[in-house]
Design a protein around this ligand. Structure first.
Ligand SMILES: [Zn+2]
Length: 454
């Protein structure tokens, strides 16, 4: 009753009041921060996903050029923004039951890339191969994910509203083409196409919900009866022809097992420990459970049993390093991360952890070396950039500390703050040096965003 009266009085109000209200609403929306989209960076989970994806990416002709990244969001979604990354929400990973489902999702997104569906979006999102580009893309995504539409996206990310509308969504024709290619990829890689039907089942019924209650996947990848029918037909046609792939299942359950152990309650983990398909995954999950219950000695002892089962596996050492650094055993953490680095020399997140442990141990010069290497291997990790800024500062290089801070803000989509830091950096660094050029990239991105906002 009260609501209706309010609406009436608004619509009956003279023109200036109505405009003022609309303006106030606009201000309110622009003042609200877009829901933070952050990446969940974990070397173990990323490596595991890459192992599951590899055969699909190979038959799609995309080889090693695509990185699978996890978005820290509990809703169901998967999407592509550029030709280099496939993003999967943690929520979707946790809801899937097997490697075939994950491969079906990856095959569909890979097909959007391979079939060139991103071309029309590219001009709008900047170059996501740079920190600033990825940051703009992620913040536009954050705004779009709030469901509050083009307005929020345009305001928060500095992209125009028409850009945000085409930003994530695909046309029905693109969906049909991506499904068709995905089925080919699944068949050619020996994957059971039943996984695709299971993925559609996860979303079935969603199109009956009001848009704001749907998972974002349904909004960005319109589900139609045709899509489901084609997937079912493929599943029937290729039934029994899939290769048994125990390694894909292992890596799927390792990624999901670690993710759920960190994201769901320790109680839940305890209840589901026996479902872990292999002993080392069960021990790793149990260790995370103890760690989250602040029982660090039990966590480390349990993890050591997992390490004994796979002594050459870099990522169990990385997890041990995390446990140790979080329980202030800094010296031990340095050794654990070193073990990871020795076994996965080019893994940025292992290098980053090693640098963080060295920094905590007061070895600032070695820390800077490790963190610079980590940054050069991977620009997408905010934590590496934060530690790198602190390592530069401790080594007396204020200019490069500002570059690293600017890049971290840009990655979060905070282009205004990024611009301020980048300007400071440009004033401190020799003109034309690589740090100075990186600062210029960010100054430019910040200027563009500012201009689009006006
Ligand atoms: Zn799609």
């Amino acid at each position: 009753m009260f609501l209706r009266r309010l609406c009436q009085s608004v619509f009956n109000a003279p023109f200036p009041t109505w405009t003022a209200l609309a303006f106030a609403l606009l201000l309110m929306i622009s003042a609200l921060p877009a829901k933070a989209v952050s990446l969940l960076r974990d070397p173990d989970i990323e490596y595991s996903l890459q192992q599951v994806a590899k055969p699909i990416l190979n038959v799609a002709g995309l080889g090693n050029s695509i990185k699978i990244l996890v978005v820290n969001d509990s809703s169901l979604n998967a999407f592509v923004l550029d030709n280099k990354h496939i993003f999967i929400h943690a929520g979707l990973l946790m809801r899937m039951d097997n490697a075939d489902m994950l491969r079906a999702v990856i095959a569909h997104e890979a097909a959007h890339i391979a079939n060139g569906h991103l071309a029309r979006r590219h001009q709008n999102i900047g170059n996501a191969r740079t920190v600033a580009g990825l940051g703009v893309a992620l913040s536009a995504l954050a705004a779009a994910a709030t469901g509050n539409s083009e307005l929020a996206a345009g305001v928060a990310a500095g992209v125009t509203s028409s850009a945000s509308r085409v930003f994530l969504s695909h046309t029905r024709a693109e969906e049909a083409s991506a499904d068709k290619s995905a089925i080919q990829y699944l068949v050619r890689s020996g994957t059971d196409t039943q996984g695709m039907v299971q993925v559609f089942d996860l979303f079935s019924g969603q199109e009956l919900l009001r848009p704001e209650r749907q998972d974002p996947y349904t909004r960005t990848h319109p589900l139609t009866r045709d899509r489901l029918r084609n997937a079912k037909a493929a599943a029937t046609a290729y039934a029994g022809k899939a290769k048994d792939d125990t390694s894909a299942d292992y890596w799927f359950h390792r990624a999901k097992g670690k993710l759920t152990a960190f994201m769901r309650s320790p109680k839940w983990t305890k209840r589901t420990l026996k479902e872990s398909p292999s002993e080392d995954i069960r021990l790793m999950r149990e260790a995370v459970m103890h760690h989250r219950q602040s029982n660090s000695s039990k966590a480390i002892a349990t993890l050591n049993r997992a390490i004994a089962k796979r002594p050459n596996d870099p990522y169990f050492y990385e997890l041990r390093g995390q446990f140790q650094i979080e329980s202030r055993q800094v010296g031990a953490a340095v050794s654990s991360y070193k073990a990871c680095v020795d076994r996965a020399r080019n893994n940025a997140l292992c290098q980053g952890g090693y640098g963080r442990a060295l920094l905590a141990a007061g070895q600032t010069k070695s820390a800077l070396r490790a963190l610079e290497k980590a940054r050069n291997l991977d620009f997408r990790d905010g934590r590496i950039l934060r530690d790198l800024a602190s390592a530069y500062a401790k080594n007396g290089n204020a200019g490069m500390a500002s570059v690293a801070s600017a890049e971290r803000y840009a990655l979060q989509g905070r282009l205004k703050d990024a611009g301020i830091q980048a300007k400071r950096a440009a004033g401190l660094l020799p003109e034309g040096s690589s740090g100075w050029r990186r600062a210029q990239d960010i100054i430019l991105a910040a200027k563009r965003a500012e201009k689009k906002k006006r």
